[in-house]
Design a protein around this ligand. Structure first.
Ligand SMILES: O=C(O)CCC(=O)C(=O)O
Ligand SMILES: [Fe+2]
Length: 342
């Protein structure tokens, strides 16, 4: 593991307050908050450099392979990029998310972390101009709970300036409980309740016009006219929700927009799935990166990956010793778990 990872992951500083009341209220009431200057600039520069080094240049033949979501596992947590892991578990980010959900950071669970490219290809692809949607269908087995009881926070961290790439995410701010754009349940969207999943806006709306004309009319009348764009700059963080109407919009031709996508859920919400292979899946990798990350992480960060907190019924003198045996070589300090038994 690089020194960098240890430097960023193992932070002793306490972050009581990262978001202000206006930002928290915006997320809770309107469904999103765009926050600038939250995370350390140098770390984000390092992350961007890792991404730029990996993704093909815009306009190159190789870039044509990146037409849709994801990094082909390259930046999925735990990533080879130390900066990517450090951002994922950054105490400031955890604190901000915990503030939004009104829980302790240790009550959060990481359920998504990947860094996606979005190219301004010459020809339009399915992901270029997205249909308005909510993200819950491919994160949850259920349906988001009532608006006042959110169970997850979704995050997009932008690694460019808007002027350079355009392609600002659009959101529909919710205006109170009678907002006609936010009827219950959320089924008037492709990929839900028997409707096919269609990503592209014009294809999706044509599909709905044929198969669910009422949904198509609702969307045309209440969603698209109400969208506002999140004018991001380098490092801006968009916090939104599983039940926020939003969509990706076209990136400027010839540009490459890089974003880190993350989701945190509240502990105990088993119906909210991890989008990637489980965090243990990489433990047989030769780089032993995940073992090092676990060993170097704080108690709180480990908890976000599913490690039981000190005092949890899992911990006995025997299990503390056994887990220590597994991670000892990577420098884990089991004192907090052992001390809690005393
Ligand atoms: O890329 C964006 O701006 C938003 C993407 C999005 O909402 C999605 O893919 O679900
Ligand atoms: Fe989305």
């Amino acid at each position: 593991m690089s020194e960098t990872m240890i430097r960023y992951v193992h932070s002793e500083r306490a972050y009581d307050q990262c978001l202000n009341t206006t930002q928290i209220d915006s997320w809770r009431q309107r469904g999103f908050a765009l926050v600038h200057d939250l995370l350390p600039n140098a770390l984000l520069q390092e992350l961007k450099q890792d991404a730029v080094d990996f993704y093909p240049q815009p306009g190159s033949a190789a870039s044509k392979h990146f037409r849709n979501f994801g990094s082909a596992q390259k930046f999925v947590f735990p990533a080879e990029s130390a900066a990517c892991n450090a951002v994922t578990l950054h105490p400031i980010l955890l604190t901000a998310v915990a503030q939004l959900l009104a829980v302790e950071p240790a009550q959060l669970r990481l359920t998504q972390s990947d860094l996606w490219p979005k190219y301004g290809h010459d020809e339009s692809v399915d992901n270029t101009d997205q249909r308005i949607h909510c993200d819950y269908p491919n994160h949850s087995l259920l349906h988001p709970p009532e608006w006042t009881k959110p169970e997850a926070v979704e995050i997009i961290i932008y690694l460019n300036d808007f002027e350079e790439c355009e392609g600002a995410t659009a959101v529909v701010p919710r205006q109170g409980q009678d907002d006609p754009a936010y009827p219950w349940p959320i089924t008037q969207t492709p990929g839900v309740a028997g409707l096919d999943y269609v990503n592209d806006r014009s294809k999706a709306e044509a599909y709905l016009a044929e198969h669910s004309p009422e949904a198509a009319r609702f969307r045309e009348r209440h969603l698209y006219p109400r969208e506002v764009v999140a004018k991001y700059k380098f490092g801006s963080v968009l916090f939104y929700r599983h039940d926020t109407w939003h969509r990706g919009r076209p990136v400027k031709k010839g540009a490459l927009r890089l974003v880190h996508n993350l989701t945190f859920s509240k502990v105990g919400h088993d119906w909210l799935n991890v989008l990637h292979p489980g965090w243990s899946w990489s433990m047989y990798r030769k780089d032993k990166l995940m073992e090092q990350l676990v060993a170097q992480a704080t108690v709180e960060q480990r908890s976000v990956l599913g490690f039981p907190l000190p005092g949890h019924a899992y911990w006995t003198l025997q299990t503390v010793a056994a887990v220590e045996a597994r991670y000892h070589g990577f420098g884990i300090d089991m004192a907090p778990y052992r001390d809690a038994l005393a």
